[in-house]
Write a protein that binds this ligand. Structure first.
Ligand SMILES: Nc1ncnc2c1ncn2[C@@H]1O[C@H](COP(=O)(O)OP(=O)(O)OP(=O)(O)O)[C@@H](O)[C@H]1O
Length: 239
């Protein structure tokens, strides 16, 4: 379980995340939505101990991420297309990660298969396409078989087959009782993937609701999303 308690981040005089409080429960996919600059990545970075909150708390299973023993076995994270060593193949990249974190080498083949990149495992990962890098990042997130997954825009660069694969994977991970938090701008995909939604606007929580409460009769999320974020869009075309 992930818990945010009055989580706040200020950069200079600007509050980019404002007293955010919510609970992300296991057993379902929670979608994290919001306009550009709403504070989603900043929130996820605070959750993963990469940015220090100005105030408030973000915990995973009751602990701050940096205090977790064996973090890779507890939390799988994808924040941006995985940076990889120039000379390493995908397999070598995952092996190095497994070795550093005391994970069995056998897990590498399993996550390569799970991510659908077994056939490319021995190619240099620095030459991977964006979608393949995303798949490699997801494979890395799954390496420790973690109970919590935090994925920032994992559909970026995935082809339609990849988007479909990811949807089924996230559903399966949630059905196994894991906590799955996933940010995205793809409303139609979130309408098919998420069971619960958090919507952020200008750093404030605009909605914390089951998908069924926000979905229109035709299954679309767009009307509710646009209405909720109407006054929170910072970067938009002038109409
Ligand atoms: N290190 C920083 N210093 C100053 N401002 C920052 C810093 N990091 C983020 N910001 C600002 O914080 C705000 C929130 O950014 P963030 O990346 O969290 O938004 P987001 O919801 O993930 O956006 P997007 O959907 O475009 O990825 C933005 O206005 C951004 O410019």
């Amino acid at each position: 379980m992930i818990q945010l308690d009055r989580l706040t981040k200020r950069h200079g005089g600007t509050t980019v995340v404002h007293e955010l409080s919510c609970t992300v429960l296991p057993g379902r996919v929670t979608g994290f939505l919001g306009p550009n600059g709403a504070g989603k990545s900043t929130t996820l970075r605070m959750l993963l101990g990469l940015t220090r909150p100005t105030s408030g708390r973000a915990t995973i299973g009751g602990r701050h991420y940096p205090d977790l023993p064996d973090p890779l076995r507890r939390v799988g994270a994808l924040l941006e297309a995985t940076p990889v060593h120039q000379e390493r193949t995908a397999r070598q990249h995952l092996r190095a990660l497994a070795h550093t974190h005391g994970l069995p080498d056998s897990r590498v083949g399993q996550v390569l298969a799970l991510a659908g990149i077994s056939a490319a495992a021995d190619r240099h990962a620095c030459r991977f396409s964006l979608g393949m890098r995303q798949r490699l990042g997801i494979a890395a997130a799954l390496l420790g078989d973690p109970a919590v997954l935090v994925l920032d825009e994992p559909t970026n660069g995935l082809d339609p087959d990849g988007v479909h694969w990811l949807r089924l994977l996230l559903h399966e991970l949630a059905a196994q009782g894991r906590t799955v938090l996933v940010s995205s701008h793809l409303l139609s995909e979130m309408a098919l993937t998420a069971h619960h939604l958090l919507i952020l606007g200008r750093g404030r929580l605009l909605a914390d609701a089951p998908l069924t409460d926000l979905r229109a009769a035709d299954g679309s999320l767009e009307p509710a999303y646009l209405a909720l974020t109407r006054n929170s869009v910072e970067f938009g075309a002038v109409r």
